[in-house]
Design a protein around this ligand. Sequence first.
Ligand SMILES: [Mg+2]
Ligand SMILES: [Zn+2]
Length: 281
Amino acid sequence: MAACPKIVVVFDFDKTIIDCDSDNWVVDELGATDLFNSLLPIMPWNALMDRMMSELHAQGKTVEDVRKALTSVPIHPRVVPAIKTAHALGCDLKVVSDANLFFIETVMEHLGIRECFSEIYTNPGFVDRQGCLRIQPFNSSPHACANPCPPNMCKGGVTEKLLSTLPEKMFIYLGDGVGDYCPSLKLREEDHVLPRKDFPVWDLICKAPTLVKAKIHAWIDGQELEQTLLQTISEICASFPDDQDISSSQMMSADWKLPSVSTSAAHEPLRRTALPMHHLT
Ligand SMILES: [Mg+2]
Ligand SMILES: [Zn+2]
């Protein structure tokens, strides 16, 4: 029986689940950095990635080469356990990302976490008849959003749709980038936003924190992502009388080191692990 069926956790992908930008990673690994940099000033990012894939295809690089490059993306060692624990606790996990479906699914399958996610909202990515990877915009027509969202995708629009489809759920949103600001503004008072500290979304939130109705919990790296996410899940679960059955064995099975929350201590701050010094400088 799931312990936290009332929670939806929405993850950004680049620099949130993985510790780099997957588009940059593939371009760099396949030796196309100079071409990418020369076209970036004159092309929108999403269209440029489609162009880069056809340039690489013309140079003889295969989809297998792209796939191989993606299997070496850096990821903090605590992120996969955090995702598996949230899934095991019954949370509904989704991804909203401006990368593309091919990159995201390739990385997730490599990490063994694809089945943890119920939905992936991102730019379509598919292999055409010539064996070339094609990347298309998520929003086929321009969105009218006034927030700093890229022209091909407004993540706030996706978040609004999720909130209206699943109004009884509590939302947790994790992200780092400019595109994660719009969804942060859409969340309700009862929701939680987990911005990556000192990254663009954090800077935007800090400029006018009262614009964000959701509770804000920052994290710096994968270790803090795990602690902050699981603590937030634990606190939400403890606030529902029927769902206080997260057993310590469930937490321990996924190697979660924080103490589980008792009913009486549900709203007390949990003990936090001291940060290594380099995170404070
Ligand atoms: Mg990101
Ligand atoms: Zn937007």
